[in-house]
Design a protein around this ligand. Sequence first.
Ligand code: KG4
Ligand code: ZN
Length: 333
Amino acid sequence: MKNITVLGIESSCDETSVSIVKNGREVYSNIINSQIDIHTLYGGVVPEIASRCHTEVINQCTKRALKEAKMTLVDIDVVACTYGPGLVGALLVGVSYAKGLSYASKKPLVAVNHIEGHIAANYITHKDLKPPFLCLIISGGHTHLVYVKDYSSFEIIAKTRDDAIGEAFDKVARVVGLGYPGGPKVDALAKNGKPVYNLPKTNMEDLSFSFSGIKTAVINLNHKNPNLNKADLCASFEKTATEMLVENTKLAIEKINSKTNNKVDKIVLAGGVSANSYIRQEFSKLENIKIYYPELKLCTDNAAMIASAAYYKYLDGNVAGLNLNAIPNLKIG
Ligand code: KG4
Ligand code: ZN
């Protein structure tokens, strides 16, 4: 089969990224321009600032991605971009830029769902990974259990009813004074603590998640006892939140396997929170199940994962027109 080289663009939140990937698996370049330093001043992402920053750097990121891959646009077969979900102004920068590039270079345009991109990050790290598998997507904006039947066939098994787990990590970090973005800081501090506090588990019977209860419990506990050990609080939060993830994931596997002869024995973690060392450790303890997660730099937002997902969409003939628009609340599947 002919090689397909995709130039992918990601701009859904606070990372501008451009990447060049061959056949969905081989990364030639993956330029990531993070805006974290700017948004840290405000304690979270400011949408208007995010859009402006994307506009300022997207052309430079594209030039760097091509240079690092030792390519020009002539070597590119497909232009791809994230078109949702995400911040509308931020998404529009990437979508408009990709449309311009596609039109000028006469290369087909492929539109990628950001969540499907997070799943595809695993295809880059694990060259032998193929669907079907169960994917737990845990990020700043999403907590989804998705049955990946094929590269472009998804069934949502459950999702969060309120906060995403990454939001809860970031809130806990802010409450204990660790700052933004909190996930990696909670991860590090929890290693010095013991899970001595009882926090509520709030999984629903239909396998939906809910993280607002545990988030509020941490806020109240900290408010009532301002001198409590922050490392213990982080460890307690991490332990309880992880138990919620593991318990529902195990039930989801049982649910899928009760309905299909083709038994699922692979769990794939994806999204920024899949970088968490405790979550990785606890999932790795599951018996008779193989666990996959992306290498650290592919857990958080990047364009290599978008280019990988685009490759499989392109093989399916799923090409977008120049009337493509950003869809901030785009659903998976
Ligand atoms: O996937 P991502 O880059 O953006 C979204 O699509 O939402 O995820 C960002 C989220 C943030 O909430 C961040 O705090 C969290 O991932 N995160 C972590 C860790 N590294 C990043 N959470 C827990 N432990 C980590 N090591
Ligand atoms: Zn993301």
